[in-house]
Design a protein around this ligand. Structure first.
Ligand code: GAR
Length: 212
């Protein structure tokens, strides 16, 4: 059974979906730790309620981003993590960190990458007059929101939509898709080779697996 570490900075609704999927036996893995860079992240409360150990690393306690990432990486090693799931971890990881865990880290991002990496993706999509938005799950490499795409899901944007309307639709997709991808990783069905994502030994298309 795979050991999973989840890294977050905020609400942790994606963590909650993973906890539920592990509890119900849908994911054949164990969440061995939750790491947050924010002491007040609600995700820490969710971890506590689920009996999962949590670890807080705040930037002010370290001399540099690298020193902080090394401390986090050492904690992850101690937890014997096989899979690192970024679930709303809102601090850019150093290349030293991402290289150390290449093929083991996945991220979820609220846009149809490569469109809108970074912040405020909902606002940017609405202001651009886009008629669709979505979410992307991808392997993590040294580029922010870069790395081989595993799965994308699209949602519509209607003319009268607020940011909250679109966010609600995207989050619904995130909650549906992230447990599925973590399940694939736990079942050794999904892996990264030479910068490309493979599912069941087949290379995935550039835009990832096409969900029905
Ligand atoms: C999610 O929407 C995720 O896509 C986003 O943060 C949110 C966390 O929600 N991640 C990023 O923007 C990463 N670039 P949650 O804390 O409720 O799971």
């Amino acid at each position: 059974m795979k050991n999973i570490v989840v890294m977050l900075s905020g609400n942790g609704s994606n963590l909650q979906q993973l906890i539920n999927a592990v509890d119900s036996g849908r994911i054949n893995g164990k969440i061995v730790g939750v790491i947050s860079n924010k002491a007040d992240a609600y995700g820490l409360e969710r971890a506590k309620q689920a009996g999962i150990s949590s670890f807080i690393f705040t930037r002010k306690d370290f001399e540099s981003n690298l020193a902080m990432d090394i401390a986090i990486a050492n904690q992850i090693d101690q937890l014997k993590a096989d899979i690192i799931v970024l679930a709303g971890y809102m601090k850019i990881l150093t290349p030293e960190f991402t290289r150390r865990f290449v093929g083991k880290i996945v991220n979820i991002h609220p846009s149809l990458l490569p469109k809108y990496p970074g912040l405020n993706t909902y606002q940017r999509a609405i202001e651009a007059g886009d008629t669709e938005h979505g979410m992307t799950i991808h392997f993590v490499n040294e580029e922010v929101d870069g790395g081989a795409i595993i799965l994308q899901a699209k949602v519509p944007i209607y003319p009268e939509d607020s940011i909250e309307d679109v966010m609600e639709r995207v989050m619904e997709q995130e909650h549906r898709c992230y447990p599925l991808v973590v399940k694939w990783l736990c079942d050794d069905r999904l892996y990264l080779e030479n910068g490309r994502a493979y599912l069941d030994n087949q290379p995935l298309p550039e835009q990832g697996y096409a969900l029905d």
